[in-house]
Design a protein around this ligand. Structure first.
Ligand SMILES: Nc1ncnc2c1ncn2[C@@H]1O[C@H](COP(=O)(O)OP(=O)(O)O)[C@@H](O)[C@H]1O
Ligand SMILES: [Mg+2]
Length: 374
């Protein structure tokens, strides 16, 4: 039986592994030093690895996989290159290198003529002060490589905020972006096979709370779907540029003046978890199918579908909605940590939204509901 090795042991690795096993593949995992591996325990062999150890031994310990893939962008790109002497590595390590750095990402997008938020590279506090004159505040100041779920980013309304908000010196260099006046946020997820076939999932509208995804949903709103359609060209351009194999995700700001790319992820994406129940072939299965040279599965959605994230909570809502399914990641609870999610499908978009809002009320009864943005 063929083996797929996944670098990373979080929930994305867990759901990729479950999809791989479903289609008859073995899975093994690379865990870095102190990485929590509870999400993937029982799904395959876990090999601890730290820089400097033999890659040949790692390959052997992983069960000599046919292909290695990643569950996150922050992996050691040189390890990916070294592993490619032993087996296939998908996606292309160059795609991982670019997408793990916000500046490289923006430069590539601009190279192809795609819009990104106006930004400046920030080497030090002086650059940051200058950014308040060369860009229109408010500014989002972000670490170029280490950030997720809104971490390592600072929102500065005016230069005066620099006195209230301390950005640790070790965080520089940074990138400062103008706040995008978006109508709503969206994402597009697609898979590309080894033969070069591209299949797009229906885009989702995404709502965040404190920089963390709270809910995603497909929509039958024609205007919104029309607005997001140009993202297919961005997706196809990037996939072909990298001769990409696997799933790629685009996070988008949809504005009055068109799409602005927020960031890219060389992997399956939280806003695509609904595909586990809303499509005959989930984003996880299609990623595995692509990297193992299989034909891609169907990406159409039969019904409107969506997802609500379980952030920092470890118990199910007391009242549940119909056609909804809960998934837990087997992680230790921490405030705002992604502990699981609920997928919902419904024949009707209005009812889908009602169910999502009901679940959010049930789960986060003491917190403020996110603003409706679309
Ligand atoms: N330039 C921006 N303008 C408006 N909102 C932003 C901007 N940058 C980030 N955000 C908000 O913060 C969220 C998280 O930021 P993002 O850059 O996607 O980082 P992360 O890697 O943490 O997901 C975005 O989904 C969006 O809601
Ligand atoms: Mg993001």
């Amino acid at each position: 039986m063929k083996t797929v090795a996944i670098i990373g042991c979080g929930q994305l690795a867990m759901m990729m592994a479950q999809a791989a096993k479903k289609i008859g593949l073995h899975v093994s995992f690379v865990a870095y030093d102190n990485e929590d591996v509870r999400s993937v325990s029982n799904l395959g062999k876990i090999v601890r690895y730290s820089r400097g150890k033999s890659v040949a031994k790692l390959f052997k310990d992983l069960g000599e996989p046919e292909v290695v893939t990643v569950e996150r962008e922050q992996v050691d790109v040189s390890l990916l290159h070294e592993l490619s002497d032993f087996c296939q590595v998908h996606p292309n390590p160059d795609a991982v290198k670019v997408t793990q750095n916000r500046i490289y990402e923006k430069e590539l997008l601009q190279h192809f003529g795609f819009a990104v938020a106006p930004y400046k590279k920030i080497r030090n506090v002086d650059d940051l002060l200058c950014a308040f004159t060369s860009l229109y505040p408010p500014l989002f100041v972000k670490h170029p490589t280490s950030g997720y779920d809104g971490k390592n980013q600072w929102r500065l309304n005016s230069i005066g905020d620099l006195e209230k908000i301390t950005i640790p010196e070790k965080s520089f260099p940074l990138v400062a972006e103008e706040k995008v006046p978006f109508l709503y946020e969206a994402s597009l997820i697609a898979a590309r096979s080894k033969a070069g076939e591209i299949r797009y999932y229906p885009p989702t509208v995404n709502e965040h709370k404190d920089g963390i995804l709270l809910k995603s949903y497909t929509t039958d709103n024609k205007k919104i779907n029309r607005q997001i359609l140009p993202a297919r060209k961005i997706m196809a351009t990037l996939l072909e540029h990298w001769d990409y194999v696997g799933v790629l995700s685009l996070e988008l700001f949809c504005t009055e003046d068109g799409l602005i790319v927020n960031e890219l992820a060389p992997r399956v994406h939280n806003s695509g978890h609904w595909t586990m129940d809303g499509c005959s072939c989930s984003q996880f299965e299609n990623h595995i199918r692509a990297i193992t040279g299989k034909k891609l599965g169907d990406t159409k959605a039969q019904f409107p579908a969506g997802m609500v994230n379980l952030l920092g909570v470890d118990s199910a809502p007391k009242q549940f909605t119909s056609n909804s399914k809960i998934y837990w990641y087997n992680k230790t609870p921490l405030p705002k940590r992604k502990m699981g999610h609920i997928n919902i499908v419904d024949e009707d978009n209005v009812q889908l939204e009602e169910k999502q809002n009901f679940l959010i009320q049930e789960i986060y009864s003491n917190s403020e509901l996110p603003k409706k943005s679309a």
